[in-house]
Design a protein around this ligand. Sequence first.
Ligand SMILES: [Cu+2]
Length: 113
Amino acid sequence: MKYFAIGAVFTILVTGASAHSKIETTIPADGAVLASAPAEIDLTFGKDIRLTRVVLSHQDGAAVPLDLGSQTQFGRGFTVPLQSLGQGVYRIEWRGLGMDGHAMTGTFTFAVE
Ligand SMILES: [Cu+2]
């Protein structure tokens, strides 16, 4: 009986993790080095999520929240416009909510030469 209980808990944890949506691709890609600044960033997820916050920070500056506009519904793909960026390394941190109610977060970086 004790072993059964441990097995049941393990199964629930594994199921919870796999129900999570993962980020599939970002544009720019993580680690990309770009000759010119991108006008927007694209985030694509494996399952529908609701994006709640995207923050941009430059190596020399403070973090700036980006405007998600009307993209407040569940979806797989999001496009967030950027102000014109100068040179340097930028870090994007995003937060979202999966359909299963789990909070999700991730980061990626890119550089503008
Ligand atoms: Cu989840």
